[in-house]
Ligand binder design. Sequence first.
Ligand code: OFO
Length: 244
Amino acid sequence: MESTRAFCGLRRSRSTTSGPGLNLFGSEPTGTHPPVPRLVEKKCSRGFSRYTVRPIIGWRKLHTGIENHKGVNIMNSKVEKALNEQIHAEFFSFYLYLSVAAYFTANHLDGFSHWMRIQAQEELGHAMKLFDYLNERGGKVELLALDSPESEWPSASAAIETALNHERFISQRINDIVDLATAENDHATTVMLHWYVNEQVEEEATADTLFHQVKMVEDSPHGLLMIDRELAGRPAPTEASAEA
Ligand code: OFO
């Protein structure tokens, strides 16, 4: 098969034979290990050839990491699994912050509750950003079951400390996925995850500051109410902030 020129995004072929399909390297599929996605030729109304990539049915299970549900060889299966687990972790973060928000509402600290609720929205945004990325890469999104988060704490600082520890845990997870994506030469995922690396630096620092400030004033209702008023002013996340 020789391509003569690119035309309207298509390639015109001198050959008129299409056969069962050519593989991505331009030769007939041999059935040898490993198989490769096949190119299937179709003629457009102007007589030019157009090739589409066809999945090899059932192959994904045997050769994970090469094939995906769109039939395009782009998503590494170990990275795909790790990203699905991270989507789950981000949804759990959403759940946890919502639980902390409910705890503060029950304890009449509405500013704290507001802040935690906004943070829960941010976590949802983090999960959806990964969800969209996996879809964009032709990966398969698998939503895992969520456990119930903690819902009772002995003090305001204990509730915030739970959030802080959770952020540290998430940072470690993100770093591990960056290591994995790098080891698997998945550069697109490595670059995408840089956003999360930076985000975790900020989130850990914010939770750490809040924890220590609340700890300082915990025995003074006046101090707690001052922080509560300040936290009430946290603006809702925008779409732009999730993409920055
Ligand atoms: Fe998703 O950053 Fe917190 O957990």
